[in-house]
Design a protein around this ligand. Structure first.
Ligand code: ADP
Length: 563
């Protein structure tokens, strides 16, 4: 038989026929491999239509294109009757219900392409099975109803359980969220407390350090006068024009004079360091004649070289350096004196070279070197390496040299190999660099920090140390503006995102005060400025990403904008 031949055809002769139609519809669907649910859909749709069309002929066929479908055609009855109710119900159950002139076509997709053998088999089965009674069909229908109800009930139960599980999960998430919030709050409180303590400790440390410098300066100053007097008196006694002394007295006096000289050197070292620490040394910047500096050091220090040690001072590079030649000579003399002191054979050398905008001055020796464990500590005040390394001195030379290099806007670095020698490198900006040119406490600037985050304010305050003479803080835009109006700072570091009025509000507020027109605003933000509305930052002089807040960055911005 061909695939196009109908699977089954039946005529709805009487009322009973609707039950038969229902039953046969289900059987056809089953024979085509449709699922149970689909069988019920087909059966119910047919009975809805059939109910309204006694006498109609119902033909079951299949089609393959565009996709495999069961197609049922109801025709030949009094098609003029209103079947809209049945069609509406059937349309909800089938994929397609089409009312044409003389017929109604219903279609429902098949689970797969039915092969001809299967269709033949279906035809045979359907031909063989006899329709049952209405009662039988009713009981089948009842069973289907019960099954459907059970399925609905099962779905409902499943839904209830899902709901319960969801609620429980929600409660868990809420509990976790609350716990996390509490932990976060506690951590925040801890951090704030830590910063407060840090501030306090820093202040104590600063006070203690200042007290120490004051003490050193005072003591050294007080000591200098009597020591100088001792040296003077000894010189007087030793003067040939004074009363003659015995040989022993002369010898003893020479010892007194030598010791007093040593003492004066140390007192002077202390005084120098105390002065450098308290910022009382002001570099006197001018073009430096490097050849003269090198020549003077070569001449004065050569006598200190031990036998078998060569002092090799190269010609300096032809660089135009602006710095303080007295302080620079002091640094180099300290390094060369140490090198000569701690070198028994080989050489001590000094050379210079230019790298970018830096002048590097290198003092290298082939001496005893510094044990690794001591390498950081030799820059601490009064620290001397014990044992063979002890050779007089105060332990103040290196910290002083490093401080002076810092004052000149540069630094001092060391590499040392125990037993092989040490290399000290002084780096100096060829021209006074930002760090050195950064405004000192006396020269600039009153800064206002506006940020709701105390940690961010703390960082900025640290970065501004030594750059701003006075730092005021505000935690939101409104009080920031009030402080700006009252105190007229030179520069405002402004966060953008703050609860209760953001940074752009403060920028707008500043615009309304003509007497605040001079205030430089640096926006410090974690946000991407490109995402802000156009013009929002017009009043800002610079934008500094939060992640880049550092002393150098702040010094650069302040130096550039407030010069
Ligand atoms: P000091 O007045 O004792 O020389 P410094 O601060 O100049 O004080 O040096 C500290 C210590 O570092 C010295 O006591 C010495 O042990 C070590 N040191 C410094 N320079 C050298 C060097 N070139 N070679 C070996 N050790 C050195």
């Amino acid at each position: 038989m061909s695939a196009a031949a109908p699977l089954l055809r039946l005529v709805l002769h009487d009322d009973h026929a609707v039950f038969v139609l229902r039953q046969r519809g289900r059987e056809v669907a089953a024979a085509l491999g449709m699922e149970h649910q689909d069988q019920v859909r087909v059966a119910t749709a047919l009975s809805e239509i059939g109910r309204q069309l006694p006498g109609a002929t119902v033909t079951f066929t299949t089609e393959e294109a565009p996709r495999p479908r069961l197609v049922i055609v109801v025709s030949g009855a009094a098609m003029g009757t209103d079947v809209s109710e049945g069609v509406a119900s059937a349309a909800r159950l089938m994929d397609e219900v089409r009312v044409e002139d003389e017929r109604i076509v219903l279609a429902r997709r098949l689970p797969g392409r039915p092969d001809p053998q299967r269709l033949d088999a279906a035809r045979e089965v359907l031909a063989a099975s006899a329709p049952t009674t209405a009662l039988d069909e009713l009981s089948v229908q009842n069973r289907q109803l019960v099954a459907a109800l059970e399925q609905v009930q099962a779905h409902r139960d499943e839904l209830l359980q899902l709901n319960a599980e969801l609620e429980e999960t929600n409660r868990g998430v809420m509990a976790l969220y609350t716990q996390l919030s509490e932990e976060l709050e506690q951590t925040n409180q801890g951090v704030v407390a830590l910063y407060a303590e840090l501030d306090e400790r820093s202040a104590q440390l600063r006070d203690a350090n200042e007290a120490k410098s004051r003490f050193l300066a005072n003591v050294s100053h007080e000591l200098r006068a009597p020591v100088t007097a001792i040296i003077g008196l000894a010189r007087l006694l030793l003067d040939p024009r004074s009363e003659p002394l015995t040989a022993e007295q002369t010898h003893q006096l020479q010892l007194v004079q030598g010791s007093a000289g040593d003492l004066l050197d140390r007192v002077n070292d202390l005084l120098d360091l105390a002065k450098a620490e308290s910022g009382r040394i002001e570099p006197n910047l001018a073009p430096v004649d490097l050849a003269a500096v090198f020549g003077q050091l070569r001449g004065t220090l050569r006598p200190l070289a031990k036998p078998g040690v060569e002092l090799e001072v190269d010609e300096p590079p032809a660089a135009e350096l602006v710095s303080d030649d007295v302080l620079l000579t002091q640094i180099l003399r300290n390094l060369l004196t140490n090198a000569l002191k701690f070198t028994e054979r080989g050489s001590v050398g000094m050379a210079g070279r230019v790298e970018g905008d830096q002048l590097l001055l290198v003092v290298a020796d082939t001496g005893i070197g510094i044990p690794f464990a001591e390498q950081r500590r030799v820059f601490e005040e009064f620290h001397q390496v014990r044992g063979a390394h002890q050779a007089g001195g105060t332990g103040l030379g290196l910290p002083y040299a490093r401080r002076l290099a810092g004052l000149l806007g540069g630094g001092l670095m060391m590499v040392s190999e125990p037993g092989e020698g040490s290399t000290f490198t002084v780096s100096l900006p060829l021209r006074p660099a930002p760090a050195e040119a950064a405004p000192g406490p006396s020269s600039v600037a009153r800064a206002l920090l506006v940020d709701d985050d105390p940690a961010a304010r703390h960082l900025l305050r640290q970065a501004l140390g030594g750059i701003a003479a006075e730092v005021t803080e505000a935690a939101d835009a409104r009080s920031g503006l009030a402080i700006a109006v009252r105190e007229r700072p030179d520069v405002i570091f402004l966060d953008l995102r703050m609860p209760g009025g953001d940074g752009t509000e403060l920028l707008a507020g500043l615009g309304e005060h003509p007497d605040l027109a001079h205030v430089v605003v640096v926006v410090v933000t974690a946000a991407d400025p490109a995402e802000l509305p156009a013009g929002a930052l017009d009043r800002a002089a610079a934008v500094l990403p939060k992640s880049e807040v550092s002393r150098a960055a702040v010094a650069e911005v302040v130096g550039r904008l407030l010069r």
